[in-house]
Design a protein around this ligand. Sequence first.
Ligand code: HEC
Ligand code: HEC
Ligand code: HEC
Ligand code: HEC
Ligand code: HEC
Ligand code: HEC
Ligand code: HEC
Ligand code: HEC
Length: 409
Amino acid sequence: MNAMKIVLAAVFLSLLIAPVLGAEYVGSDRCKTCHKDIWEDFMKTGHPYKLRPVDEARQGNEEFGIRKVTELPNGYTWDDITYVIGGVWWKTRFVNETGYIVTGNAVQYNLETGQWVPYDPDEVAKPYNCGKCHTTGYNEDGHQDGLPGIVGTWAFPGIECEACHGPASEHVANPTEVKPEVDTSSALCGKCHVRGDPSRIPASNGFIKHHEQYNELLASPHKDLSCITCHDPHKSVKNPMVDDAIKMKCEQCHGDVAKEFAESEMAKEGVECTDCHMPFAAKSAVKRAEFEGDIRSHLFRINTDPSAPMFTDDGKYTAGGYLTLDFACLYCHTDKDREWAAKYAVKAHKFEEEEPKPTPTATATPTPEKTATPEQTPTKEKQKPTPGFEVLGAVAALLGAIYLLGRRR
Ligand code: HEC
Ligand code: HEC
Ligand code: HEC
Ligand code: HEC
Ligand code: HEC
Ligand code: HEC
Ligand code: HEC
Ligand code: HEC
């Protein structure tokens, strides 16, 4: 081969490689200077903290409302832990010094209850193969930090800006000439908020499994909406410091329903659209009650047939793209049953009984307003009750309401 050919080949090769080399992951800190507001919002979400080296997790990020991880599984010291998985909103799991996930009978910490629960107690050496959804710039080859238990490598742990916008070194060097990717489809979020085949919805132990918002959305009446029609992609729905993460509310598209519902007794008691249409039918860490997990559903549609099944016979999938009345109503109305709910649910959103029949069963929360339609008993009357039995009734109804509302969180 002569020299000329070698030079030409080298030039040709470098041209081929240049765009690849140029597109490198630089990390979210590099975006802060020019996109300060977005960066500050993003730092309040769970995304960047999803997987953290142990020291960072123990430090937390108080400024942005992110807790310090102080819990440590029994029998371990901090030196035995390399990475902390989550521990932001639902549960904490740990990666040990060789890169395997800590498994056993009391190794997962549930934030809501402060309890240690089992995680795969039968698996002794469980590889950390979760990087696809928990890191940025993931590559399934190799072992991050040379730890044999970790499957693959990454540019950054956690979900950084570039997990959604692609490697942005060229943009940082030349912001106006080179634009990063902006994918507005729900498939973007569906790369991670998904479980298995998105055309069905896996379940177990009486709940929809977690991280399957994409599967649910596709089965719902909102399949043509994008996640970001409702969500601001840079804002947290979990962080109490943030209250405008949902940029498009139900009322904005369903004005007529909202108007009708506003007249109902429940609306006056503070019940919201999401309480029935996005109940906690999915579970990540904690089962709060028989029909209440700890993750809101994105199925939206309620099946008002009291005999409709929520799950397939083997319990492994949802039976359809809907919620049953036990998940939509009975997690609040714990002393009622599906038949009761069905009577009121058919006339959404007034929640009056369709054919008023005398109810034979005594209810735990006496409701004096049963004798009148909700419109005729404005809430004011509850605050200034008339003497006698009605006082007792109203007090009981109020206590019931406080109890039911208390159950909402
Ligand atoms: C030196 C300043 C600077 C830095 C650093 C910077 N950007 Fe930008 N970015 C800009 C400017 C300016 C624009 C607007 C360009 C325009 O619309 O002409 C922009 C636009 C964008 C857009 C929108 C592109 C579009 O098509 O609308 C995204 C997404 C983005 N930046 C992401 C990032 C990420 C991620 C980082 C960090 C890895 C980053 N930027 C770092 C200056 C910067
Ligand atoms: C690379 C994987 C990945 C992608 C892509 C992704 N997410 Fe997430 N998301 C996660 C993980 C993992 C968590 C859990 C992190 C935590 O809170 O500990 C999460 C948590 C969330 C949460 C709850 C936590 C909070 O602070 O509010 C919301 C809401 C959310 N994601 C919305 C979205 C939306 C909308 C998109 C698309 C624009 C998206 N995500 C794209 C992986 C991803
Ligand atoms: C979970 C995915 C996700 C993450 C993480 C993320 N973005 Fe975005 N970003 C989006 C999506 C989706 C859009 C398009 C929003 C739209 O069109 O409404 C967007 C839009 C933008 C825009 C265009 C202007 C705007 O506000 O719509 C900029 C700039 C931007 N992102 C910068 C960043 C920076 C900087 C970070 C990290 C601090 C970041 N993004 C993290 C998904 C993400
Ligand atoms: C297909 C993507 C995906 C894979 C694979 C995945 N996760 Fe997640 N994980 C998510 C998403 C998305 C969330 C948050 C949303 C939700 O739970 O509904 C989450 C949440 C979590 C949380 C709770 C975070 C918190 O702050 O409370 C933990 C812990 C967790 N995952 C551990 C794991 C472990 C361990 C593995 C691997 C064995 C794994 N995940 C594999 C997507 C994934
Ligand atoms: C951006 C507009 C938009 C927003 C925001 C929105 N929806 Fe919808 N919704 C739609 C559209 C469009 C349909 C489909 C209508 C159809 O198929 O007839 C729909 C359908 C529905 C249905 C099923 C209707 C039926 O006939 O079975 C329910 C239930 C529903 N939405 C509830 C909600 C709730 C609850 C929220 C808030 C969490 C919400 N929607 C937010 C646009 C929206
Ligand atoms: C107390 C529970 C509850 C609340 C709160 C609630 N809904 Fe519904 N909604 C239902 C039930 C049950 C149905 C099913 C009715 C049917 O299929 O006949 C329904 C049906 C719907 C439908 C489809 C049928 C229709 O009437 O168009 C839409 C859209 C809807 N709701 C939106 C909303 C919105 C928006 C809000 C908040 C303003 C809201 N709902 C509040 C229980 C509720
Ligand atoms: C019709 C509007 C709408 C659409 C579309 C939508 N969401 Fe949501 N999402 C919401 C609302 C409302 C909440 C509850 C916010 C709250 O608790 O304050 C929520 C909550 C969440 C949560 C937190 C769940 C929990 O219980 O903590 C995650 C994660 C999430 N959405 C991800 C997604 C993803 C991913 C998509 C697309 C596949 C999506 N959402 C599509 C309205 C929507
Ligand atoms: C977030 C909790 C919550 C959910 C979910 C909920 N409710 Fe209610 N409901 C309440 C509260 C609070 C009241 C007011 C106190 C009372 O009257 O008992 C109420 C009152 C009622 C009443 C009027 C009281 C009566 O006995 O006449 C009916 C009927 C009713 N709900 C039906 C339903 C149906 C049907 C569903 C599901 C489609 C549902 N509720 C979902 C909290 C809830």
